[in-house]
Design a protein around this ligand. Structure first.
Ligand SMILES: [Zn+2]
Ligand SMILES: [Zn+2]
Length: 336
């Protein structure tokens, strides 16, 4: 038992050292991600795009996908995720911000007049940083702070290197969606040029600005990213559709087991049905922003300030889980 404890501590120490090392290298990974995206866009627009039919029809959507990719990447890396001690965010009034089609409060909770019931969040004190925080906030070990609607901390090698929470989770999901779209079209439409670059069509003809080797590597990376990010995106969208963050998806699996052992049934009170959960997450549709904010790279506010949450009618807490059984950040137990 003592041996297992030592091994556990050793792994935790290695994990913290790994975090420190990759944290220090974070800006280099971000720089690498920007370079790779730029090479990808240059490969598409100089090698593939000139060969597409009906350029007046095909160029605008390609430009829009590329613009969304770069802008959502910028937002997910730079918009603070919603640290508990930060001042409440306010929507901006520049052209980068979408405007609501109706009169709405400049902060706080929206949607409350659209048939969706919002309950004030319960609060608790973080045992690590000592901050009072609303429910769905978690302490990020790497940032050393509590984040509202904490989803996960994106590691530096992902090219993002920051927490994903209430204020940038939408940009994170949209960035993945546009990354899948752009790599998918590059993989499908750039297939014949990839054969050309590899010399497999026996023409030995390469009239493009991008070197053949750079194109081949970009093409291969695109195929790999398209498949892997599609899997991640699908998992995230599935969690969003069930009204869960990544952390909650794991916690709820434990709650379901606890409830089942007791002969009970766990009910996630944040789950308002798939379409409402998705509309709340992207904050579009009746009561939220216009649908075009999904295809234009604009900034918008989340539907809540993180101190109130939409719940199923009559449920102020989850069903099937009793007080004291909820998992906390301390269950991660890395201070032991
Ligand atoms: Zn904390
Ligand atoms: Zn973090």
């Amino acid at each position: 038992m003592i041996c297992a404890r030592h091994v556990f501590r050793c792994f935790k120490w290695l994990e913290r050292m790994g975090d420190r090392f990759t944290g220090a290298a974070g800006p280099y990974f971000v720089g690498l991600a920007i370079i790779l995206q730029t090479i990808g866009a240059a490969s598409f627009f100089t090698v593939i795009q000139p060969n597409l039919p009906l350029p007046w029809l095909t160029t605008p959507p390609c430009l829009l996908i590329a613009l969304n990719l770069f802008v959502h990447y910028y937002y997910v890396c730079t918009v603070p995720p919603g640290f508990v001690q930060d001042e409440p965010s306010q929507p901006g009034d520049s052209l980068l911000w979408a405007s609501l089609s109706r009169t709405s409060p400049s902060s706080g909770v929206w949607w409350s007049n659209c048939g969706i019931i919002l309950y004030t969040a319960s609060t608790s004190q973080c045992r690590r940083c000592g901050m009072m925080r609303p429910e769905r906030a978690h302490h990020c070990r790497i940032c050393g702070r509590c984040v509202m609607k904490y989803d996960h901390h994106c590691p530096p090698f992902s090219g993002i290197n920051q927490c994903v929470g209430l204020h940038n989770e939408r940009h994170f999901v949209l960035f993945m969606a546009y990354l899948v779209l752009s790599t998918f079209w590059l993989s499908i439409l750039g297939y014949s040029q990839a054969l050309e670059a590899l010399g497999l069509n026996f023409t030995n003809h390469w009239p493009y600005m991008v070197p053949q080797l750079a194109y081949i590597l970009t093409y291969m990376l695109s195929v790999v990213l398209c498949i892997s990010v599609f899997i991640m995106l699908s998992w995230h969208l599935w969690a969003v559709a069930r009204g869960e963050t990544s952390v909650e998806a794991q916690d709820h699996e434990v709650y379901k087991r606890i409830a089942k052992d007791r002969g009970d049934h766990f009910v996630n009170s944040y789950d308002l049905g798939k379409s409402t959960n998705l509309r709340l997450f992207f904050n579009v549709g009746r009561g939220g922003y216009p649908w075009y904010t999904l295809i234009l790279p604009l900034r918008i506010m989340p539907y809540t300030d993180g101190c109130s949450w939409a719940r199923r009618e009559g449920l102020e807490r989850h069903l099937g889980i009793q007080e004291g059984e909820e998992l906390t950040d301390e269950d991660d137990n890395d201070d032991e």
